[in-house]
Design a protein around this ligand. Structure first.
Ligand code: DGT
Ligand code: CA
Ligand code: CA
Ligand code: ZN
Length: 582
């Protein structure tokens, strides 16, 4: 593969100049020098031409605030990707200071004060000092600042910089549509963690198959959604689109299409396992193909045009991308024992949705019509109980009205069926938020924890297991309560939850909300092995969110689920008949 030339683009240069300014300030140098670097960074962000061009035409001095020393740093950065000034400063400033500066709300002056007085160099030490009230004792640091630092640290810990599946999918699909329109390419696909439907996405990977890469690269970097070009090479480029989402594109020769798609789909661990299998057979697998090794074989090519061919040449069944995580799938494929995974087309209805009667956006009729148009046979509307935190939860009168509304709609929409359900709160004390005589009126009762998340493990487990054991509860929703990139799961013994669900016939939800994906994929095999029944749900609060069913199903697939493991692959009568009997 040819060496890639990587130029630092305008934004990347501006970023380094800002860091030089931070370092100057941390080092306690003349503040005006820092101000100059920051001002230059700002001018560079506003430029409409690439810095490389300005340098070539000797026009750097035209940029406001760029004098000789800043100019020199810019030239070095564009030519080599490095700046001597930057590296000298990095060597002179303790790295701990930069770490402190990385906490939102901590500026150079605060970082300096904290470091000088307390010699703090890590986030952990900073957190401890803030908890001990030692920061507010420093000059110019107020109690409020200390509180904000603690909040920032808590938020930092939750952020891994990974995107939610729906955000990454939207960015990827827009780019794919643009590339198709601009290039007419047919060999074009999403790879990486997005193709595997991993719960969060580091960056989007796209693979294109063509012998003529330059026009594809050009179309990619000029796409309207591109905010910044990170690398622009002959066969590999990277860009940033909205919200810092990175997209990588590789162009490979069409004859290597299958090998490249396989390689860039990953996971890395899956690839390593496959290469091991290949090596045992004296074969070499890489992103270009599968080859014989050894002097007499001379790299004879076995397969590379499609994934199926490659897996077949390794005497394996083709492995669905959702399974490619090195969790036993390579072995199962070699034994021809992969499960026949549930697919979106197997889903007959949705059992967890909301309307504008509680926190949803659309009326029941609109939701039902969309569900019917999707080909579903049924839709359960499960608006919230009145419990704490749930504004507008349905009172008994409104439950009655809902039943009447559904009956009228069902007369119009038959054989499609609206099921009237509820998402009932499991209160902190373990009680359900409706009395039994109200619960008994619903077709579907899905129970959820929406409060008191920090209860100790024993208490939380007893609270949830109690709800599962309640005779009128048909399912447990989002069992861990996690919100991806936002909130940790509550502390609960999931093994005990699964055991109770299996014993009572209460279903466990796989919630397809992109922030939830809960039950998590890693727990699904255990639930299935223990005999619990699962239900894949969208938890839609608007008609377009009914499509989140796809994410619920993808999560089920990542958990090796077959249609038989998922209650709502059954048609209405079979689904209702299989429901737990009170
Ligand atoms: P992400 O982006 O963190 O959500 O996860 P991936 O799986 O998309 O990882 P990424 O974008 O770094 O790389 C895409 C695929 O390329 C990865 O799944 C497997 C392949 N790949 C990347 N680096 C390596 C490597 O060092 N060895 C092997 N065997 N494969 C790699
Ligand atoms: Ca990726
Ligand atoms: Ca990547
Ligand atoms: Zn819900």
């Amino acid at each position: 593969m040819p060496r890639e030339a990587l130029h630092l683009d305008n934004d990347a240069v501006a970023h380094v100049l800002d860091e030089i300014a931070d370092l100057l300030e941390l080092k306690g140098e003349n503040v005006f020098r820092a101000v100059t670097y920051r001002a230059a960074a700002r001018s560079i962000r506003d430029l409409r031409e690439p810095l490389a061009e300005l340098i070539e035409q000797k026009r750097l001095k035209e940029i406001p605030k760029v004098g000789p020393s800043v100019g020199e740093a810019i030239e070095q950065l564009v030519a080599t990707g490095r700046s001597i000034r930057h590296e000298e400063l990095q060597a002179a400033v303790p790295t701990g200071l930069l770490t402190l500066l990385g906490v939102p709300g901590v500026g150079p002056a605060t970082a300096r004060a904290i470091y000088d007085h307390l010699r703090i160099t890590t986030i952990d030490e900073l957190e401890q000092a803030a908890k001990d009230g030692r920061l507010r004792q420093l000059p110019k640091i107020q109690t409020k600042t200390e509180e904000n630092i603690l909040k920032s640290i808590a938020a930092l810990r939750q952020r891994t910089g990974r995107a939610l599946l729906n955000e990454a999918r939207a960015a990827a699909n827009t780019m794919l549509a643009w590339l198709r329109q601009e290039t007419g390419l047919e060999l074009l696909a999403i790879a990486g963690s997005l193709r595997r439907f991993r719960e969060t996405i580091g960056d989007v990977d796209i693979v294109a198959g063509s012998d003529d890469a330059p026009p594809i690269m050009a179309a990619f970097v000029r796409a309207p959604t591109v905010e910044r070009i990170l690398a622009n090479g002959d066969t590999k480029s990277s860009v940033l689109v909205a919200r810092g989402m990175q997209i990588d594109l590789r162009v490979v020769p069409p004859r290597s299409w299958g090998a490249a798609l396989l390689y860039f789909t990953g996971s890395k661990e899956h690839n390593v396992r496959l290469r091991g299998i290949a090596l045992k057979r004296k074969l070499l697998l890489n992103e270009y193909g599968l080859y014989r090794v050894g002097a007499e074989a001379r790299g004879q090519e076995l397969a590379c045009a499609s994934e199926e061919e490659i897996y077949a040449a390794l005497e394996m069944d083709w492995i669905p991308p959702e399974l490619r995580e090195d969790r036993g799938e390579v072995d199962a494929a070699s034994r021809h024992a992969l499960p026949a995974l549930v697919a979106v087309g197997d889903i007959r209805g949705d059992l967890h949705t909301h309307t504008n009667w509680t926190d949803g956006r659309d009326p029941l009729e609109t939701m039902a019509l969309r569900a019917k148009a999707k080909g579903y046979g049924y839709l359960a509307v499960t608006d919230h109980s009145p419990g704490l935190g749930m504004t507008n939860g349905l009172s008994l009168e409104r439950v009655q009205a809902r039943l009447a509304e559904a009956a009228a709609l069902n007369a119009k929409l038959a054989p499609f069926r609206i099921l009237v359900g509820t998402e009932v709160d499991i209160r902190a004390n373990g009680k359900l938020d409706y009395p039994d005589d109200v619960l008994a009126r619903f077709d579907i009762v899905t129970a959820s924890v929406h409060s008191s998340f920090s209860q100790p493990r024993d208490q939380m487990t007893a609270r949830i297991v109690g709800a599962i054991r309640h005779p009128l509860v048909t399912a447990l929703s989002h069992p861990t309560g996690r919100l991806l990139e936002r909130r940790e799961p509550y502390d609960v013994d999931l093994a005990a939850v699964i055991a109770a669900a299996a014993e009572t016939g209460t279903r466990i939800e796989i919630n397809g909300g992109p922030e939830r994906l809960d039950l998590p994929d890693t727990w699904i095999p255990r639930a299935i092995a223990n005999g619990a029944t699962l239900v894949a749900s969208s938890d839609a609060h608007a008609i377009e969110e009914l499509e989140w069913m796809e994410l619920a199903v993808a999560t089920a697939r990542r958990g090796w689920a077959t249609p038989g493991a998922i209650a709502n692959t059954r048609d209405l009568d079979a689904m209702l008949a299989s429901r737990k009997k009170a």
